[in-house]
Design a protein around this ligand. Structure first.
Ligand code: NAD
Length: 522
């Protein structure tokens, strides 16, 4: 049952690994608790972003393989939903322990395939693991409601699983996003078909291997691969009842619209442009460190990256000091000691980011720090872009209107907090935002008036822990944010509420006339 995906197999327990993985190893599908080689003729090459060496090739799973995954999940659902909650909880306890034991191995796979630094990749795993840990409390989270409506009559609610559900994942959190889905979908009694990002499926393959070891029966977790063709299959397959999607607006709006039209539940977390408002009264060192870390960490490839700085009043003069901090950030291969910043995911992503930087220059912004052309000596062939700071940005510029998803901080100047709030609210995205101030009153006003799902007060990346929910807003979440990931809404997403109203009269009925009016219980 060992995961044969190249990165899963070669990633060792420590961080002394190399980026060189055998190029002949293929990533397999995972069906019925077995790793099955794909029969496809269409392969997607996966390169290490730090070297562009081939790591593995990922199949565009065939129609037969995709159908087989849903067959497997459908078959497993019948018996899985009948297992007791305590049984599923025991499996989740084991799963949690196994993920912790394999933490470094998962992180190493992420560094090889996705490029983020090894310590940051460990964080990726941990934020997913915490969802699994929280899911272990399911015995309390699944309780329903009961109301004694009148003498002898009561109404109860039950949370029932939906059936087969699917998850479509992005490249930027190869462990965390699958783990937003696997624990909650399965512990609530559903069976799951996951499609990891075709750019870095290795962590999901290790998670599949650990699912077998934890005791998940065959078919409860299946993994298929591919790009848009696999997504279209998932959207149109009638036996799949719900889709969890995380990724770009381009793909997500399409999946939400077509999936919903097909009668499925869809939760879809999309793109972002997260603003930080910096006020002159803030704890300056804390704010500048936090901003530089959150703008450039993970090479800016986080949906909660703090990519846009709104400098209020005199703080506009602080840009050079952010530059000083950015200079201290070490760009290097993710396994190298002291590396802070890895490469971006692909040569195409690098090109796109460089084009945006060039457009800012052409549109009259000031490039304070230019990461184009920078590369670490040891990795000349990677997709490198150093920290970049663009000042005097105006809202019409491309670097402001587009999600950059690279290590680029764009800075805008405003005179007052009112202008900052208006600017942030006028942006079409609303994933996260942060304010840096020492004034409780200003922070209170900001958190009340701002239209973003996740607000940090002196906290740069306010991603809620899994006892809360990931609450994007505006264009950052499809469907007006009705279906959010993890927390109580996450359990609601993966379950159907059933209400049962019962009447147990203690006396025999004596009346023989049927009542035809709508019962009102009044
Ligand atoms: P992406 O949309 O390119 O890919 C996500 C998934 O959709 C992949 O599995 C991919 O195979 C599939 N896909 C891509 N194009 C498709 C198409 N045309 N039709 C059907 N399926 C398609 O996103 P990505 O580049 O992997 O991830 C980065 C994006 O994800 C960024 O926009 C980022 O903000 C967003 N993101 C959002 C959150 C959040 O919680 N809001 C979290 C992480 C990432």
């Amino acid at each position: 049952h060992l995961a044969p995906a190249a990165s899963a197999s070669v990633a060792p327990q420590g961080h002394h690994t190399t980026h060189e993985a055998p190029s002949t190893w293929e990533t397999h599908n995972f069906l019925d608790n077995e790793f099955v080689p794909s029969q496809t003729s269409q392969w997607i090459d996966l390169h290490d972003p730090a070297t562009n060496n081939l790591v593995t090739r990922v199949p565009q799973s065939t129609d037969a393989e995709l159908v087989a995954a849903v067959d497997s999940a459908q078959k497993a659902f019948k018996s899985w939903r009948e297992t007791s909650l305590l049984h599923r909880q025991q499996i989740m306890f084991k799963y949690v322990a196994l993920i912790r034991e394999n933490w470094d191995r998962l992180a190493a796979s992420i560094t090889i395939e996705q490029g983020k630094t090894f310590p940051d990749a460990r964080g990726d795993v941990l934020r997913g693991l915490q969802v699994a840990e929280t899911a272990c409390g399911i015995t309390t989270q699944m309780t329903g409601e009961v109301l004694e409506v009148s003498k002898d009559m009561e109404t109860r609610t039950y949370k029932e699983p939906l059936g087969v559900v699917a998850a479509i994942c992005p490249f930027n959190f190869p462990a965390m996003i699958p783990l937003w889905c696997i624990p909650i979908a399965t512990i609530t009694g559903n069976t799951l078909v996951i499609k990891p990002s075709e750019r870095d499926p290795g962590a999901a393959m290790i998670l599949a291997e650990l699912a077998v070891k934890a005791g998940f029966p065959p078919g409860v977790v299946n993994v298929v691969h591919g790009a848009a063709k696999t997504v279209d299959f998932i959207i149109d397959e009638p036996r799949i009842k719900a889709i969890s999607f995380v990724g770009s607006n381009r793909a997500g709006e399409y999946i939400y619209t077509r999936g919903s039209a097909n009668g499925k539940r869809v939760q879809a977390n999309l793109g972002a442009k997260n603003h930080a408002a910096v006020l002159p009264d803030c704890n300056k060192n804390h704010a500048l460190n936090a901003i530089a870390g959150a703008a450039f960490g993970a090479a800016g490839q986080r949906c909660m990256a703090l990519s846009t700085l709104v400098m209020v009043g005199e703080t506009k003069d602080w840009v050079p000091e952010i530059g000083e901090r950015a200079k201290e950030i070490s760009m290097n291969g993710g396994f190298e000691e002291g590396a802070d910043l890895g490469p971006v995911i692909s040569p195409q992503a690098k090109q796109r980011i460089e084009d945006i930087i060039a457009s800012a220059e052409q549109e009259g912004a000031t490039i304070i720090m230019d990461g184009r052309g920078k590369k670490p000596e040891k990795y000349p062939n990677g997709n490198w872009i150093g920290p970049t700071i663009i000042a005097n940005v105006k809202p019409h510029m491309r670097c402001y209107t587009e999600e950059i998803f690279g290590p680029v901080l764009v800075c805008l100047n405003v005179d007052t907090i009112d202008e900052a709030i208006d600017l942030i609210n006028a942006n079409e995205y609303g994933n996260g935002t942060a304010i840096f101030t020492r004034s409780g009153a200003t922070a209170g006003r900001f958190q009340h008036e701002i239209e973003a799902g996740q607000v940090g007060v002196n906290v740069p990346i306010p991603v809620p822990l899994p006892m809360f929910s990931f609450t994007g807003n505006k264009k950052s979440i499809a469907g007006g944010g009705a279906n959010t990931f993890y927390g109580k809404p996450g359990i609601a997403f993966y379950t159907q509420t059933k209400t049962v109203t019962s009447l147990w009269r203690s006396e025999d009925a004596v009346n023989t006339k049927a009542r035809v009016n709508m019962p009102t219980h009044s």
